[in-house]
Design a protein around this ligand. Structure first.
Ligand code: HEM
Length: 437
């Protein structure tokens, strides 16, 4: 696909992670200590890698429990796989809608207009969700994946070939971010010379706890509006160019997405940019982390490259790049013996369900031949199950295959730095070296 002309100049500074880290350090009063051991919606629990034992205990003692008076108000924790699947199978009872609170545990400030809420099909219920998703899904069909495979392989291979050998570098910025932003650029036919902006915007809108800090909220809102403005320009250019195969073009020429309000346009683009970016990016980093923590599994993969495809769902399960999604009960309900009331917030901890020992043997282990790795709920479940799942899996499989084809072994060269908190289970930095085996 030919790239478009550059739209205009856009801000790519300051980097979200730097501002957020500083703002968090300077505003300790906004984050009082957790109210109880089950008050797990806390960035530090995930960023300091302390979540595993807490959730293990929760699964054993109180897999569905309610906490009250937290920084995210009152919420139910749902920590095991079966009730999460149950909840997501009942979208009429458990809503995703932004009108009721949306899909993250972050509490929408009462003073803030819903115009700024994420008005996107991920945070809509039926029937609004259905047609909008249908348009987007056409960009991720199995035949589209076949069509994209050569491009993904060629681009991934070229990037791996350009990596230095025996010299330390950051896997996140040099590999994971570049591969996933370039993929999004292909999907949208986004101007390649501006594609770093996709990562910049995505970083700003991801961190939910930081949204409690006014300085960060302003930064996020500004990034969202700039992103929307950019896509609006591109939208106009593309509309005039007539119907083509890229996702933006499909949206423009559809009834469901062709005439969105500004708020909904911004929300939809935010979902597509962040959905396609952070998640896959962090799985690419988590994969390298896992291969280093479990060298027997790396040996196995290196000895038998045909295992690349089965390693993908296990990597996604083990990483769980989205810690949770949220639902809001629209009616009183009995949830496996717990009385949920209309209006209650439920936090579906995918990261914990993917370690549910009643489903996965030895769940903390990264085990590439795990027979039921595909039962993971990292992509969610039901009508909102990730529409980009196939594309994520394609990118990850090709990355593994191309690493193996080059006999490139990626060693951790320092401590991974985490980011993202209780929503995005992310890597800020992953220092590595590459050697040929
Ligand atoms: C490993 C990578 C990925 C993970 C773990 C992931 C995870 C998720 C999850 C948990 C949901 C919500 C599911 C629910 O509410 O039940 C979701 C929805 C979504 N994802 Fe992904 N995602 C990934 C990659 C992608 C990619 C590559 C794209 C697109 C380029 C994408 C686009 C979307 C969109 C548009 C939705 C909304 C679907 C709907 O509401 O119908 N995701 N994803």
């Amino acid at each position: 696909m030919a790239s478009q002309a550059k739209v205009t100049d856009y801000r790519a500074f300051p980097e979200a992670q730097t501002v957020i880290a500083r703002a968090l350090a300077e505003n300790p009063e906004i984050f009082p200590p957790p109210v109880s051991r089950w008050d797990v919606g806390r960035a530090e629990l995930f960023n300091e890698e302390r979540w595993e034992p807490v959730f293990r205990q929760m699964r054993a003692e109180a897999p569905i429990n309610k906490v009250e008076g937290t920084i995210h108000a009152d919420y139910w924790n749902v920590a095991t796989l079966k009730p999460i699947v149950h909840i997501e199978s009942l979208p009429e009872v458990y809503s995703s809608s932004y009108v009721h609170g949306g899909v993250t545990m972050h509490e929408w400030p009462k003073y803030m207009s819903l115009d700024y809420a994420l008005q996107s099909f991920i945070s809509m219920d039926r029937p609004d969700h259905t047609e909008r998703r249908h348009v987007v899904a056409q960009a991720f069909t199995p035949s589209e994946m076949v069509r994209l495979t050569d491009e993904v392989r060629q681009r991934t291979g070229a990037l791996l070939d350009a990596l230095p050998e025996g010299e330390e570098f950051d896997w996140v910025s040099r590999v994971a971010v570049r591969l996933t932003t370039a993929m999004l650029a292909v999907i949208f036919d986004f101007p390649r010379e501006d594609m770093d902006l996709l990562g910049f915007w995505s970083d700003w809108v991801g961190a939910i706890e930081a949204a409690k800090i006014p300085e960060v909220t302003q930064g996020r809102t500004r990034a969202k509006l700039e992103m929307a403005a950019y896509f609006r320009d591109l939208w106009e250019q593309r509309r005039k160019a007539g119907e083509r195969g890229d996702l933006l073009s499909r949206m423009i020429h559809s009834d469901a997405l062709g005439h969105l309000s500004e708020a909904e346009f911004t929300g939809t683009m935010t979902t597509l940019v962040t959905g396609g970016n952070d998640t896959t990016r962090n799985t690419m980093s988590g994969l390298v982390h896992a291969l280093n923590l479990f060298p027997d599994q790396r040996d196995l993969l290196e000895r038998d490259p045909s295992l690349a495809a089965v390693a993908v769902p296990e990597a996604i399960r083990w990483v769980s790049p989205l810690c949770h999604m949220r639902r809001t009960a629209l009616a009183d309900a009995d949830l496996f013996g717990q009385e949920v009331k209309a209006g209650d917030k439920l936090v579906l901890w995918y990261i914990s369900a993917n370690r549910d020992e009643s489903v996965f043997d030895d769940p903390d282990r990264f085990w590439i031949e795990r027979p039921n790795a595909r039962r993971h709920v990292a992509f969610g479940y039901g009508i909102h199950r990730c529409v980009g799942a196939r594309l994520a899996e394609l990118q990850l499989r090709v990355l593994i295959e191309e690493m193996l084809a080059r006999r490139a072994r990626v060693h951790l060269a320092g401590t991974p730095q985490r980011c993202g908190g209780a929503f995005l289970h992310g890597y800020h930095k992953l220092p590595v070296t590459v050697e040929r085996y």
